[in-house]
Write a protein that binds this ligand. Structure first.
Ligand code: PRX
Length: 645
């Protein structure tokens, strides 16, 4: 690992909200007296009824309870929209850049207020009330932000499902939270190709019985879609019928704002629940300090609103701060591999936040497509979603940022609501590949296999010792699973599922997941989900899935498959299985390698030894470890002899 160090540039020390001395002072305060620290910073959002209580949290694994600002009331859309009207009504809130470079528009805070209020009235007219859930399955169009904020306005809880998920995955998520309203578009548009969102949503709804009463459809492409009278309505027709006046509903700080399904080690994806007050305070504060956002800056996060990054750092954090946030419908290589940088130049982007997988794929196309653009407005770069390898970091810094833009490598998770470990550009020297230091109020610890806290430079598992306001509150409908998943491995601490190293400077280096979650191009995938999709195929009797290092994706999906008696493991079947998983879960879950295996390495008690499968997938046959406990050690020889990829 590179230990090259980039000091904080002098101009950054002067211009940034937080320099190193300030970081140290505030960080010390935030952990020695969290009550006082967050009492002050909780005031950064507007409250309808101000809170008098600040922190009320317990990580006791049998009784986890997380409450912040619990007697305060507010509304998230009030904070992201209404409160800016007096001071910046005519400022651009959202710059929308379409898939086609000729297609873009700007939405001011005044316009945003009208759009959100109208759509909130549509939701009310469809019977959506405080506490109801609404499923959103939209492409990257402004209506996605309007729909989120409209839900918040009426007190409904949104559950966004990424547009790349299959009808089956969507159906599971609609059922999981019993949404009677689904919001989608006729078709999405990505890289010039159409995505049949309405058709997918129709198929999903058909699988969920009579849960869904209303489907609201945005006309994006005008493509032909099936229509179910009485259930399906057009967004533009409904919003034209209602008034543009919709006062925000008063919500308690601890009322849920959204559910977001995410993959874990076992079972079906969990509904991560985030609430109103603490989440917004944390998203807004991290957005301001990590990206050093000043009034007038143009900020672009390339994530999709279907992931948590889109929630916290395209919509809620930036809009709570009155920022101008850019929303991009397309992909990095359409119509050309210079697209990101063309968009930066077109809109004068100052702050750019993307994923290592995008950097690695652009790196592959060389420097010329970057260098032919100006990028002179860029000041700060960010990275999120997976460990960034030092080579990609250096390229991002040197080629994209022309050695002048610091990179904030932000470590966090769907569960954490906002960034937990990150450099602050005016305060933190940078080491390529390190997420560096904790944000205010965050207390990381490194533990060994027995749960003992390790001090000083070390390597182990990453836990967080105490709560922060943006933390998830529960797993939707299953608090026991929440306690079990995150607080039982190291009782009394939040277990992240990540491994890490801490160096002599106290900097953290995230080394990746230590559980059965894999990270494919920054998308989180449970190996168990892919396995259950595979065994649902009639030809498959058993499957085991592991991650392996992949140059572009970070990790690839490696599937070992045992076929049913009498079935021939052919090349056609291999292709069919890949297509099957795409259909069952979505393209992001496509296995990169399918290896047919007559047997899987199991202990005598029948437990699959994944450690061995991982080593074979990684091509590390020399370090398979002890295989003598296997029921049939010879299966390993066959697996090695027939390694795929
Ligand atoms: O393994 C870590 C990795 O992504 C996981 C969280 O995934 P998800 O909930 O989908 O959220 C992604 C966007 C916040 C983490 O457990 N991860 C995320 N950011 C980084 C990272 N790994 C290393 N460095 C990062 N900056």
């Amino acid at each position: 690992m590179s230990e090259k160090v980039y000091p904080v540039p002098a101009e950054w020390e002067n211009r940034a909200f937080i320099n190193d001395a300030k970081y140290k002072e505030l960080y010390a305060k935030s952990v020695s007296d969290p009550e006082a620290f967050w009492a002050e910073h909780g005031k950064r959002i507007d409250w309808i009824k101000p809170f008098t209580k600040v922190k009320h949290t317990s990580f006791d694994p049998h009784n986890v309870s997380i409450k912040w600002f619990e007697d305060g009331t507010t509304n998230v859309s009030l904070n992201c929209v209404d409160r800016h009207l007096a001071t910046r009504g005519d400022q651009v809130a959202i710059i929308w850049e379409g898939d086609n470079p000729d297609d873009s528009k700007k939405i001011t805070y005044k316009q945003l207020h009208e759009e959100v209020s109208r759509f909130a009235n549509v939701l009310k007219a469809k019977g959506v009330a405080k506490g109801d859930t609404v499923t959103i399955y939209l492409p990257m169009i402004p209506e996605a932000a309007y729909a989120m904020l409209a839900c918040a306005r009426v007190g409904a809880v949104h559950s966004i499902v990424f547009g790349g998920f299959s009808p089956d995955s969507l159906a599971g998520r609609i059922e999981g939270c019993k949404s009677k309203v689904v919001i989608t578009a006729d078709e999405g548009l990505r890289g010039g190709r159409k995505v049949p969102l309405k058709a997918n949503a129709d198929a999903a709804i058909a699988k969920t019985g009579d849960i869904v009463k209303t489907q609201i459809v945005v006309k994006r492409t005008g493509g032909k879609v099936a229509w179910s009278e009485g259930r399906d309505v057009w967004w533009h027709e409904e919003t034209a019928k209602v008034s543009a006046d919709c006062p925000p509903t008063e919500m308690n700080a601890e009322d849920p704002l959204f559910i977001l399904y995410t993959s874990g080690s076992t079972g079906a994806p969990k509904g991560v629940v985030h609430c109103t007050g603490g989440y917004l305070v944390y998203a807004a504060m991290t957005h301001q300090y990590v990206f050093d956002y000043h009034d007038g800056d143009i900020y672009w996060c390339t994530a999709d609103v279907g992931w948590v990054t889109g929630h916290s750092y395209i919509v809620y954090g930036p809009l709570a701060n009155g920022a101008t946030t850019l929303m991009f419908e397309g992909i990095p290589n359409y119509p050309s591999i210079s697209r990101f940088w063309d968009v930066v130049d077109k809109h004068g982007v100052n702050i750019f936040y993307t994923a290592p997988t995008a950097i690695r794929s652009l790196m592959g196309a060389g420097e010329e497509p970057v260098k032919k653009t100006s990028r002179k407005t860029l000041r700060l770069l960010g990275s999120v979603g997976e460990p960034i390898n030092p080579e990609a970091w250096e390229w991002y810094h040197r080629v994209v940022g022309e050695d002048r833009c610091p990179i904030v490598d932000t470590w966090w998770q769907t569960e954490t609501g906002g960034i937990l470990i990150t450099p602050l550009p005016g305060a933190t020297k940078l080491k390529p590949g390190s997420a560096t230091r904790p944000f205010f109020g965050v207390q990381p610890q490194v533990v060994d296999a027995n749960g003992g806290v390790i001090e000083g430079p070390c390597e182990g598992n990453l836990v967080i010792a105490d709560s922060w306001p943006g933390q998830m509150r529960t797993v939707y409908g299953d608090h026991e699973r929440f306690q079990q998943t995150y607080f039982s491995t190291y009782p009394g601490k939040y277990f992240t599922g990540d491994g890490c190293r801490r160096d002599a400077d106290g900097f953290y280096w995230i080394t990746g997941r230590v559980d059965d979650v894999i990270n494919v191009s920054g998308h989180r995938m449970g190996t168990a989900e892919v396995e259950s999709a595979l065994v649902a195929h009639p030809a498959v009797s058993e499957a085991a899935v592991v991650g392996y290092p992949h140059d572009l994706k970070g990790q690839g999906i490696y599937a070992y498959v045992t076929v049913m008696e009498g079935i021939e493991p052919t090349e056609e079947l291999r292709k069919e299985l890949v297509a099957w998983v795409r259909k069952e879960i979505g393209p992001i879950a496509s296995p990169d390698v399918v290896q047919f295996a007559p047997g899987l390495p199991k202990t005598r008690s029948g437990k699959i030894m994944r450690r061995i499968l991982r080593k074979i997938a990684e091509n590390e046959f020399g370090s398979l470890g002890d295989t003598s406990t296997l029921a049939d050690p010879t299966v390993v020889d066959d697996l090695i002899a027939n390694r795929g990829g």
